[in-house]
Design a protein around this ligand. Structure first.
Ligand code: CP3
Length: 354
């Protein structure tokens, strides 16, 4: 009903045939683009930019004006949920995200509740609607959220860049409290992603950036299980079309077989995994998204060509691959290298879809 003109990304996620391998790039809107930095200056700060639907729409469209990307991703952040829960998100220059009121006391965890996205995150839903109108059905729009566990890391540590001592102390000493936080987070993620789908998101991605910091057993109990709950709670279709789901545990290469069973259509891979070996392990259960090392984009178009070619060859022939980086694009990336990557993937991948 509302299929985009270029639906290669949605088809690849569902392992349907495409003429070439679609590509988008994690953090495709951001500080490596001079026009993004201008928009952010105009907004005043990253948060003011993210909370203003007009400016968030502008930032979302910036990489699309430069590169022939096969998907757009909502310009926002995973930390909008804990912000809506009242934890007081702020950013300090060069230090990344922080919370004024991290979860420290048992009563704070007991008091935590699921925010209504239509009330507390309306700015995100407004941005989704505006972006869809601006895209005019050319390419699909990806909505996203953090995973329950990754959100809990920020909510309990109160900041990024830690060794996870606070959350791990809770995980081992008071697992009941952490389960309470994760239960609320899973409900919040489901409500938030379903609201994004209702507002027009055509695929959704769950970023489990810190699941890879867990032990084998803890990963299954505290991250994977809650992502499975999220998958079960998501709307499968919207306006007559399937809404594919992507799950990305950074550092999750050891657990791909388990991840393939939680109800996602595709798994994101970081660059530590051989994508061909990953494909053999998950078989036809899921598509794969990834997994060029973002550092390759710090070099030059010749190196980009060679390294992108290796990823395409490692996946091999057939459908079910969405090209991406293994994590977000670095702010030190020359935009010309991103342009080269997109063109190279489009050209070189045709041979694998003959
Ligand atoms: O991919 C996209 O283009 C969509 C936008 C997007 C942002 N954050 C914008 C952003 C997405 C998908 C995210 C997700 C996100 N945010 C994650 C999961 C993905 C990952 O990278 O692991 C995480 C862990 C966060 C939390 C977060 N937000 C951090 C750690 C930071 C600071 C990082 C940094 O580079 O300084 C942010 C801020 C942020 N989110 C920026 C952008 C473009 C940079 C803010 C700025 O303009 O200064």
């Amino acid at each position: 009903m509302t299929k985009p003109k270029n639906d290669t990304f949605l088809r690849a996620l569902l392992r349907q045939p495409t003429p070439y391998t679609p590509i988008w790039i994690m953090r495709q809107a951001g500080r490596y683009l001079p026009e993004y930095n201008q928009t952010r200056t105009r907004a005043g700060s990253f948060l003011e930019l993210a909370k203003n639907p007009d400016l968030a729409t502008e930032a979302t469209l910036q990489p699309l004006a430069r590169f022939a990307l096969d998907a757009a991703i909502l310009f926002s952040d995973i930390l909008t949920i804990p912000d809506a829960m009242g934890l007081g998100l702020y950013f300090t220059e060069g230090e990344g995200p922080r919370f004024e009121r991290p979860l420290r006391e048992e009563w704070e965890i007991r008091d935590l509740s699921v925010p209504d996205p239509h009330e507390h995150l309306a700015y995100v839903l407004d941005a989704v609607g505006q972006i869809r109108r601006a895209l005019a059905n050319e390419i699909p729009l990806i909505g996203f959220s953090g995973s329950p566990f990754t959100l809990a890391c920020y909510m309990i540590e109160g900041r990024g860049g830690t060794e996870f001592h606070e959350i791990k102390r809770m995980l081992y000493a008071r697992p009941d409290l952490l389960h309470r936080v994760l239960d609320i987070n899973a409900q919040a993620v489901i409500a938030y992603l379903n609201a994004q789908i209702e507002a027009g998101a055509q695929a959704v991605m769950v970023f489990d950036t810190w699941g890879g910091a867990l032990s084998h057993a803890a990963y299954h109990e505290f991250s994977l299980r809650y992502m499975q709950r999220v998958m079960q709670g998501l709307e499968r279709t919207s306006r007559g079309e399937i809404v594919p789901r992507i799950v990305f545990t950074k550092g999750g290469g050891l657990w791909l077989e388990s991840l393939a069973d939680i109800g996602a259509d595709a798994l994101g891979l970081d660059w530590t995994v051989d994508i061909g070996a990953a494909r053999a392990r998950v078989g036809d259960r899921v598509a794969l998204q990834g997994n060029l090392d973002p550092a390759v984009l710090l070099t030059d178009p010749h190196v980009v060509r060679a390294e992108a070619g290796k990823v395409l060859a490692a996946f091999g022939s057939g459908s079910g691959h969405v090209f991406n980086l293994g994590h977000g694009v670095s702010q030190h990336t020359p935009p010309e290298n991103v342009a080269a990557l997109v063109d190279i993937v489009h050209e070189q991948s045709r041979a694998y879809h003959a």
